[in-house]
Ligand binder design. Structure first.
Ligand code: NAD
Ligand code: TDX
Length: 362
């Protein structure tokens, strides 16, 4: 029988995957309970991504309110305990993290703090709040990067040994181990998913796809790391979120599920497709964008290839991808063209003031 929840805590709900997850929960999942979005609003968190949800299901919904936002740090134990008690949390979808590999190379400390200590704090609060209950669930959203780097062949499965190679992936691997340790040691009901590269609307423009699209639109250089032949497996964010929800509803406690696009691309080949899509959308010749490509110094420790075997979630839970790459990229390019304000805002200092002004009113 599928699990049902009443009060679902989504951490990192103002980020890229989290805001899409909350939209998915309200618009597509059939979930009927309350969503509590707990987010510290770091540089990567943006409440504007959820303005419509706030109007329809938050303060704007009056007594039928089902969406709540709590600005808090997952490392702040007292704040997390208060939220668990105040909303009678019975499920967690844990997405909050420092998520950008390049930033982890320049400043690893924030990654250890949030990804390791923050996950530990959430787990420990859940353990105390849920003692002995089996009608609750802690779902941890993780990455395929914990498995390290593949050669030309093979796939990551759920039993591939962990071999993280960047401070980001090491911090995520550590958080995955803590989640499983809390399950085995304390009996905490948990599920875990390891997903490949996501793309789609509301992605912070430091990640490859939105960065390249915006640089094309602004006539800036397109920086390709190393020889451009590193391979990533791309999945549309809504397909990832549907997979996470199917694991939360029907996945076996204590189990890990791999999620991927079955859609491998060399970075440089992906960039040519992206150039075609941007050229179609803007009506400019592709050559205008091709001349912006610049090969730059490689990322230190740059993993060569990621590729996910997601047969477990497909056979056990019946999940599959609903978006092909061509249509997913077209939607993503169109979204970036239509949301210049969102992009300008998140890149400028105005955003902080917007939160203070607008959020204080709610
Ligand atoms: P993101 O950087 O866009 O969003 C992260 C969110 O977490 C932001 O809203 C930020 O404000 C919040 N946050 C950061 N530190 C916090 C803290 N200490 N307390 C509370 N909130 C905090 O990240 P994303 O791309 O949406 O990734 C979400 C999750 O999915 C991460 O755990 C990431 O490791 C995982 N993941 C991402 C991808 C991907 O391709 N983006 C793939 C697989 C797994
Ligand atoms: O400017 C760039 N040039 C470039 O060649 C950037 C930003 C990236 N790249 C390359 C590096 C990677 O091979 O593109 C590929 C994708 O890079 P990112 O978008 O930074 O993603 P990646 O490092 O693969 O990690 C992402 O997927 C797994 C997310 O950021 C992680 O949070 C997730 O866990």
């Amino acid at each position: 029988m599928s699990r049902t929840f009443k009060n679902l805590l989504v951490t990192g709900g103002a980020g890229f995957i989290g805001s899409n997850m909350i939209r998915y929960l309200f618009e597509r999942s059939g979930f009927e309970g309350r969503v509590i979005n707990l987010d510290a609003l770091t540089y990567a968190g943006n409440l504007e991504s959820l303005a419509e949800i706030e109007d329809r299901f938050g303060a704007g919904a009056g007594s039928g309110r089902r969406y709540f936002f709590e600005k808090a740090d997952i490392c702040d134990r007292a704040a997390v305990e208060r939220v668990f008690a105040e909303y009678a949390i019975d499920a967690v979808c844990h997405l909050a993290a420092e998520s950008h590999v390049d930033r982890s190379i320049h400043g690893p400390e924030a990654f250890i703090r949030t990804n390791v200590m923050g996950t530990f704090t959430l787990l420990d609060v859940a353990r105390n709040a849920w003692r002995g209950r089996d009608d609750v669930l802690f779902h941890h959203v993780s990455t395929d990067e914990v498995f390290g780097s593949l050669g030309d062949t093979g796939y990551f499965t759920e039993t591939t040994p962990y071999d993280p190679r960047s401070p980001y992936s090491a911090s995520k691997a550590s958080s995955d181990h803590l989640v499983m340790a809390y399950h085995h040691t304390y009996g905490l009901p948990v599920t875990l998913s390891n997903c490949s590269n996501n793309y789609g609307p509301y992605q912070f423009p430091e990640k490859l796809i939105p960065l390249m699209v915006l640089n094309m639109l602004e006539g800036k250089s397109l920086p390709v790391y190393g020889d451009g032949k590193n391979i990533r497996d791309w999945v549309y964010v809504e397909d990832h979120n549907a997979a996470v929800w199917s694991v939360m509803r029907n996945g076996r406690s204590g189990q890990t599920y791999n999620i991927g696009g079955e859609n491998e691309w060399e970075n440089i080949k992906l960039l040519s497709v992206l150039i075609e899509k941007v050229a179609e959308a803007t009506g400019k010749p592709a050559s205008d964008y091709e001349k912006l490509i610049h090969y730059v110094a490689d990322r230190p420790g740059h993993d060569r290839r990621y590729a996910i075997d997601c047969s477990k979630i497909k056979t056990e839970l019946g999940w599959k991808q609903d978006h092909d790459f061509a249509s997913g990229l077209e939607k993503t390019v169109a979204w970036n063209l239509e949301h210049k304000d969102w992009i300008d805002h998140i890149r400028s200092g105005d955003y902080k003031q917007w939160v203070e002004k607008n959020y204080a009113k709610r």
